[in-house]
Write a protein that binds this ligand. Structure first.
Ligand code: FES
Length: 112
């Protein structure tokens, strides 16, 4: 389990968690956007930095897009696609999650 559903407010703070990715631990995060939970590796596609300089702060000030705190790469909250800044068209790595019975669970990766 990643967290309780109520830990994720819409466009609010994200929850950080760890996954195994290519045989090693990798930081990831979950956020809620327009009611749905989405999760990504916490790794900017510009430089392999974590996005949140302040822990759990992934959204821009409008609560619409995800913003890398290092150089301002901007990603769609619902797809992880790069929509501006130095990510240059490269998306975040999507993590599959499922919300069930008031809890959010890790389900793997899209290409598993
Ligand atoms: S490391 Fe994210 S924009 Fe450069």
């Amino acid at each position: 389990m990643i967290c309780a559903s109520q830990a994720l407010a819409d466009s609010g703070r994200g929850v950080r968690f760890e996954v195994e990715y290519f045989g090693g631990p990798a930081p990831a995060f979950a956020i809620r956007h327009r009611g749905r939970v989405h999760a990504y590796l916490n790794r900017c596609s510009h430089v392999a930095m974590e996005l949140d300089w302040q822990e759990g702060v992934f959204f821009d000030s409008e609560g619409r897009d995800l913003l890398c705190s290092t150089h301002g790469a901007t990603y769609s909250a619902s797809s992880g696609h790069c929509i501006g800044g130095p990510c240059n068209g490269t998306p975040l790595v999507k993590v599959l999650v499922e919300e069930r019975d008031g809890k959010v669970y890790f389900k793997g990766f899209e290409d598993d």
